[in-house]
Design a protein around this ligand. Structure first.
Ligand code: PEP
Ligand code: MN
Length: 375
């Protein structure tokens, strides 16, 4: 389904944002002291937006579920003392109303809310007629359409100050990440809506402190527009997400260690060199597509034989053999197992689709095709 989003560029919102945009602050507001001290300490690295969760969506009940509305006043105090504008997560109509009444500058929709179109619609209705900027986290499941749907629901009530936050996706199987990044999803969002800013939340992707630096660097290298990183004046005592929060001084180190690369260059020599190399890539890509098309012609022929001889589309042993073969060749050519597996799954899916088309096509047509081949 094609769509277009009306986006007001982040640099015209009337704030003095740096590039990349940096958002930091505690997972949860816990006390006025904690919020104010964290905010004051964050003045040093010079962040753009102070974040804090007031109402916390927790996986299990009876965990700390946030301090509620009284925390909004603490954020106002922190803002008054530091001049840093503030952002809060909302999950329903009441949260929105309270944020609007308490001069919260930005709101964000959490991953557990983006996943629910009813909740997003309720939030959108509560926002109708306002122009508060809204940051939309990806849904917990890797579903780009759902993410786009949430942005559209907000856009339809007139919210154009929109930013997407990539915080990774939940998986059942073991992963080194708390939430797997699946970078192709935010990149596809960016490709679909080039004007939409997308920032990365490495804290919720990593779930630990040690990988936040490398994930932040990766986001910068993939030309993300900013970072949202959780920080706490004393992370070990945090009431939520204590494993992943940084101290303000570690955040400062992290930001100063990041290498900010440009998305393009005006060096003519380098540009012509890149252009030459890109032409080679274009021609290799054309060869890959030629080869793929040749492969699919053979698949088509095989499908006809299978159909006439009543053989299933899938022969498990053959599929295993294809994969193992590809992995062997791939590893000798320095291609990662993950990429080879991903690539061959896509090729195989297309082969199955084609074979299915052939095997369910009209019998007569099939025989005609085969007899032409025999001639
Ligand atoms: C958060 O940012 O504190 C939060 C709850 O994140 P997410 O919605 O990404 O889980
Ligand atoms: Mn958190």
């Amino acid at each position: 389904m094609s769509t277009n989003l009306q986006i007001t560029n982040i640099n015209t919102w009337g704030f003095d944002f740096s590039s990349p945009l940096t958002i930091s602050g505690p997972c949860s507001a816990e006390s006025e002291k904690q919020v104010v001290e964290t905010a004051m300490a964050l003045s040093k690295p010079g962040i753009d937006i102070l974040r804090a969760g007031i109402w916390k969506p927790r996986t299990r009940p009876n965990a700390f579920e946030g301090v509620g509305s009284k925390g909004l006043k603490w954020l106002q105090t922190a803002k008054k003392l530091t001049g840093i504008p503030v952002a809060v997560e909302v999950a329903n109509e009441n949260h929105v109303k309270e944020c609007l009444q308490n001069n919260i500058d930005f709101i964000w929709i959490g991953a557990r809310t983006t996943v629910n179109p009813f909740a997003v619609q309720e939030i959108a209705e509560a926002l109708r007629g306002t122009d508060i900027p809204v940051f939309v986290k990806n849904p917990i499941n890797p579903d780009l359409e759902l993410w786009i749907g949430a942005l559209e629901r907000l856009n339809q009530v007139g919210i154009t100050k929109l930013v997407a936050i990539h915080r990774g996706f939940s998986t059942y199987e073991y992963s080194e990440f708390r939430n797997k990044p699946n970078w192709d999803i935010p990149l596809e969002l960016k490709r679909t809506f080039p004007k939409l800013s997308i920032i990365c939340d490495p804290s919720h992707i990593c779930g630990n402190r040690k990988s936040i630096q490398s994930i932040s660097q990766k986001a910068m290298d993939l030309a993300f527009d900013g970072l949202m990183i959780e920080s706490h004046i004393d992370p070990t005592k945090a009431l939520s997400d204590s494993q992943q929060q940084l101290t303000p001084s570690s955040l400062e180190k992290l930001l100063s260690n990041l290498i900010y690369r440009k998305t393009s260059t005006d060096n003519p020599e380098l540009n012509s060199q890149l252009e030459r190399l890109r032409k080679v890539i274009d021609s290799i890509d054309a060869d890959i597509l030629d080869n793929l098309s040749e492969r699919m012609k053979i698949v088509n022929e095989i499908a006809h034989h299978k159909k006439l001889n009543n053989i299933t589309i899938l022969q498990q042993e053959r599929w295993n053999q294809i994969i193992n073969n590809a992995l062997d060749i791939g590893s000798s050519k320095n291609l990662s197992d993950d990429s080879i597996l991903g690539l061959f799954k896509i090729i195989h899916r297309e082969s199955i689709r084609l074979q299915n088309e052939v095997m369910n096509s009209n019998e007569k047509e099939l025989e005609e095709l085969l007899s032409i081949k025999v001639k």
